[in-house]
Write a protein that binds this ligand. Structure first.
Ligand code: SF4
Length: 573
C-alpha cells in the first residue's frame, strides 16, 4: 500500500482512495473523489494513475540533469525557466489554469515536464500561450491541411476556426497539396492557438524523397520557424538499424514521415539525416523557440503491430534525443501511438515517462480496435481516455474520416468533441482540482429539470436542445425518453426526504413552450438522416478527375509497384 493511501470504508468495502484531490472545488455530491495518486507537482509524478504491477518506474532525471549550467543568454521558455525566470507566457498559462501558480509552471517547464509551444514570431502575431504537460489539463490537437486531391486555403481557415470553436488547444497543418507556404502563412496569421507542422512534407514537395539533402532540411526549417510555426514534428528516432524489424509487421510503416525517411535510408544505405543533423536542427529551432514534437515514425498501424520491437527501439532513441534537445535548450514533447490494445496502453504511457524523463507525451488516439472504419473517433477516444489517465499530456484527435479520406467540417467537429470528452474524463479521474465543477453544475440543472440551464451548461447547447425538441417542444417535468409517469428525476423531486433539484439557483416555476429551433438546430436534426446509397455515390463521384496525374500518366498517389496503365484503369473505374 502506498503510504499516502487512504481507505474509506463503505460497510465491508474499502475504496482505494490514494490521496488525489476531489475534482470538485466545493466537494459537492456524495462521491468520495478520485482513485488516482496524490499529485506531486514539482516531483517526478504530477497527476498520475496508480501503477499496475510491472509498470516501468518514473525516471529520476529531469531536463536539469542534461544542462547543469543554465544558458546566461536565454531564448527559449526552457532556458528562462532553468534560470528561475517567470516569463509573461508562464504567467498567462497560470491564469488559464487556476490550479497552477506561475512558480509551478516555471518549475515544471524547467524540468522539461511541461512545454509552452510559443514561437517568438507567432507570439508577436497574437498567439495566446498555453501549456502541455502532466501538471496541466489534458490538451487536444486537431489536424487539418489540404491534400493533393481536396481542399484549399479558405476551407482550411474555416477548419481552423471550427476546430478552435470545438475545443482544439493546438492545430497541426499537415498540408501536402496546394500552395503550402501561403496556406501556412494564412493559418499562422489567423490562429491564436499554437500551430504545428511536419516540415518534411514541404521539403519534398515536387521532389523525390531520395533527393533530400541536409541543406534542404535546414532551409525549410528556417523558413517555417521564421513564419512562426510553434512546434515541428521531426522523425529523427527512426534509424537505419530499425528497418529489419518492420518486415514481419502486418502493416509496415504507417507514419508518412517514417516511411519517407525509411525509403531515403534504404536508397542511400545511410543513417536517417534527421538523426545525423539533430544537434544542428536544435540550433535552428532554439533561435525562434520552436518546440520539438519528436515523431514516432515507427508507430503501429494495427493492433497486431503494437508495442513491438520497432516501436520500442525507436522510443529508446526518442529518449536519447529528448536529452540532446534539452542540452541545447529546446523544449520537447514526444509523439506516441497509434493503434494499441486497451490492455497495453498503461505500459506504453509509463515506458515513455521512464525513457523520456517525463517529457510530455503526445499521442494519436490510440485506437483500441481496427474494425470500425467510419467510427474511429470513437474507437480512438476510448484509447485516448486511458492514455490521458495513465500518462499522455496531449491527445491528437481522430475523426470519423480516419483511414478513409480528408476530414470535412463536420468530421472535424466530431473528432474535437470525442477528444474533449476523452481529455475531460481523464482530468476528472486524475483529481485535477476543479475539473468536475462544470459537471456538477450541469447535474444540478438536470436534477431540477431546468432544461434551458441544462443546455446552456452543456458542451454543445444547440445539439442538446435540438435533440430534446425533436420529440417535445415543451420544457416540462419530464422528457420524451420516459414520459411523465416514468420520469425518475421528476419522481425524485417529489420525494420530500431527498428532493432532487434542491438548489434554488436552478429551480423554475412552470412548464414553458420552448422557442422555435434556430437554423443551426434545425440543420442538426436534418443531418440525422442516413445517406442513401445514391447520395453516397453522388458524393464519391464529385472528386473524380481531381486526382493529380504525373507526366507518366500515373496517379501521383499510386504505388511505384503498380504500372501506369493499371493505375490509370483503377482511377477511371
Ligand atoms: S423522462 Fe427519463 S430521461 Fe427524461 S428527464 Fe425524466 S428520467 Fe430523465
Amino acid at each position: 500500500m502506498n503510504d499516502t493511501q487512504i481507505n474509506i470504508g463503505l460497510g465491508e468495502h474499502k475504496l482505494p482512495l490514494q490521496g488525489a484531490e476531489n475534482p470538485s472545488t466545493e466537494m459537492q455530491g456524495t462521491s468520495p473523489g478520485s482513485f488516482a495518486l496524490r499529485a506531486t507537482i514539482g516531483g517526478s509524478t504530477t497527476f498520475s494513475s496508480p501503477d499496475t504491477p510491472g509498470m516501468p518506474a518514473p525516471s529520476s532525471k529531469t531536463a536539469h540533469d542534461f544542462n547543469p549550467t543554465p544558458n546566461a543568454n536565454p531564448v527559449t521558455q526552457l532556458e528562462y525557466a532553468r534560470l528561475g525566470t517567470i516569463t509573461t507566457e508562464m504567467k498567462r498559462v497560470a491564469q488559464r489554469e487556476p490550479h497552477l501558480t506561475a512558480e509551478q509552471v516555471r518549475d515544471e517547464v524547467a524540468t522539461g515536464r511541461m512545454i509552452i509551444p510559443a514561437n517568438r514570431v507567432h507570439l508577436a502575431m497574437g498567439l495566446d500561450p498555453m501549456a502541455i504537460g502532466r501538471a496541466s489539463l489534458t490538451k487536444v490537437n486537431a489536424n487539418m491541411g489540404a491534400s493533393p486531391v481536396s481542399s484549399g486555403i479558405e476551407e482550411e481557415l474555416e477548419k481552423l476556426h471550427w476546430s478552435v470553436k470545438w475545443g482544439a488547444d493546438t492545430v497541426m497543418d499537415l498540408s501536402t497539396g496546394g500552395d503550402l507556404n501561403a496556406c501556412r502563412t494564412a493559418i499562422l496569421r489567423e490562429s491564436t492557438v499554437p500551430i504545428g507542422t511536419v516540415p518534411i512534407y514541404s521539403m519534398i514537395m515536387d521532389k523525390k524523397i531520395e533527393d533530400l539533402t541536409p541543406g534542404m532540411i535546414f532551409d525549410e526549417l528556417e523558413n517555417q520557424a521564421k513564419q512562426g510555426v510553434d512546434y515541428f514534428t521531426i522523425h529523427a528516432g527512426v534509424l537505419h538499424e530499425h528497418i529489419p524489424y518492420i518486415k514481419d509487421r502486418l502493416i509496415g510503416i504507417v507514419s508518412r514521415g517514417g516511411s519517407l525517411l525509411a525509403k531515403w535510408m534504404i536508397h542511400h544505405n545511410k543513417q536517417n539525416p534527421m538523426y545525423d543533423c539533430f544537434d544542428d536542427i536544435c540550433d535552428v529551432m532554439r533561435e525562434y523557440d520552436v518546440s520539438f514534437s519528436l515523431g514516432d515514425g515507427l508507430r503501429p498501424g494495427g493492433l497486431a503491430d503494437a508495442t513491438d520491437e520497432a516501436q520500442i527501439r525507436e522510443l529508446e532513441v526518442l529518449g536519447e534525443l529528448t536529452e540532446r534537445a534539452w542540452a541545447k535548450g529546446v523544449q520537447v514533447m514526444v509523439e506516441g501511438p497509434g493503434h494499441v490494445p486497451f490492455d497495453q496502453i498503461e505500459y506504453n504511457m509509463k515506458l515513455q515517462r521512464s525513457l523520456c524523463h517525463g517529457a510530455p507525451f503526445y499521442v494519436l488516439g490510440p485506437l483500441v480496435t481496427d474494425m470500425f472504419p467510419g467510427y474511429d473517433h470513437i474507437t480512438s477516444c476510448i484509447g485516448a481516455t486511458a492514455a490521458a489517465y495513465h500518462g499522455a499530456s496531449m491527445l491528437c484527435y481522430v475523426t470519423p474520416k480516419e483511414h478513409l479520406g480528408l476530414p470535412k467540417k463536420d468530421d472535424v467537429k466530431q473528432g474535437c468533441v470525442a477528444y474533449k470528452i476523452a481529455a475531460h474524463s481523464a482530468d476528472i479521474a486524475l483529481g485535477i482540482p476543479g475539473a468536475r465543477d462544470s459537471d456538477d453544475e450541469l447535474t444540478k440543472a438536470r436534477a431540477a429539470l431546468n432544461w434551458q440551464k441544462h443546455f446552456d451548461l452543456s458542451f454543445d447547447p444547440d445539439f442538446a436542445r435540438a435533440m430534446h425538441d425533436e420529440d417535445l417542444d415543451v420544457d416540462t417535468d419530464f422528457c420524451a425518453m420516459c414520459g411523465h409517469d416514468w420520469c425518475s428525476v421528476r419522481i425524485s423531486k417529489e420525494i420530500q426526504e431527498f428532493a432532487s433539484g434542491k438548489d434554488e439557483n436552478y429551480a423554475w416555476d412552470k412548464p414553458k413552450v420552448s422557442a422555435a429551433l434556430t437554423v443551426e438546430q434545425k440543420e442538426i436534426l436534418e443531418q440525422r438522416g442516413v445517406l442513401t446509397p445514391e447520395e453516397v455515390h453522388k458524393l464519391a463521384t464529385k472528386v473524380k478527375g481531381k486526382m493529380a496525374i504525373t507526366t507518366e500518366g500515373k496517379a501521383s498517389c499510386h504505388s511505384d509497384a503498380v504500372d501506369s496503365e493499371t493505375a490509370k484503369a483503377l482511377q477511371e473505374s
